[in-house]
Design a protein around this ligand. Sequence first.
Ligand code: SAM
Length: 290
Amino acid sequence: MTEASKKVEMWFTERQTPHLAISLRVKETLARETTPYQELAIMETYEFGTLLTLDGIVQTTVKDEFIYHEQMTHVPLHTHPEPKTVLVIGGGDGGIVREALKHPSVEKVVLVDIDERVIEACKKHLPTISCALDDPRVEVRIEDGIRFVKEARNAFDVIIIDSTDPVGPAVGLFTADFYRAVLDALTAEGVVVTQTESPLLNPDMVKRVFETFAGIFPIARVYTAEVPTYPGAIWAITLGSKVHDPLELPAERFRDIETKFYTPWVHMRSFALPRFVEELVQEQRPRFGR
Ligand code: SAM
């Protein structure tokens, strides 16, 4: 290799908006294919380890995946007093499944991803994330999550919607119609969360999903996770609950599970919203004093 060729650098760039991009320097491309639903790529990067992208958009990286996956999983699973059945919509990389199985009460996790190729590619190239997909408590279904939820009744204690951005097959996962079906698919004390994009770059989405949840679920809350590779870094997650408020959990509810990001304190402070996010979700504003 000549000195000149050693200097050739390969970079993956996601154009997060027409005027903002994130770039990761790439060591090598491990997989690249056009599936029936999206363009999938897996790359080894220098800074964030293995990276999964769909349609040129970062889905997960080995270095920061724990932040998103733990926040998406442990907040709703602790909100439910004894989650036994968990449904993951999307989430084909397996990160949420891995986290859900850490809760001793969980007996069954159903993962419904529309794209089998995501699951297969993650099993091959992202083993630290997909490692629980072959667990006997896990049922993997390759089908449209919208149709699956519409046919389920009173079946899941927790539903986690870990979708791609609201384009293509994921558009219907951000509608009131779908969230009403989620309400019916949940059991009596059921809890749902959905990833709700960047409050900085997509505030209308956070406001719209929160207001829709507030009209459907007895309790609606928004909380955040700081994900460095997602646009705007602060990510919103919307929670809907039939009975239990994630802000009023008894101390003994928190289970002794192994995590890297989530703790009971992190749980509580993720609902302490920066003012610009709080203003999108008025009803959640905390009241001090009497
Ligand atoms: N954590 C990621 C993020 O927020 O960018 C999402 C990761 S996960 C890989 C997203 C998955 O949603 C993809 O594998 C995609 O195939 C799946 N998906 C999109 N629309 C779907 C639908 N209607 N039903 C089931 N899965 C869907």
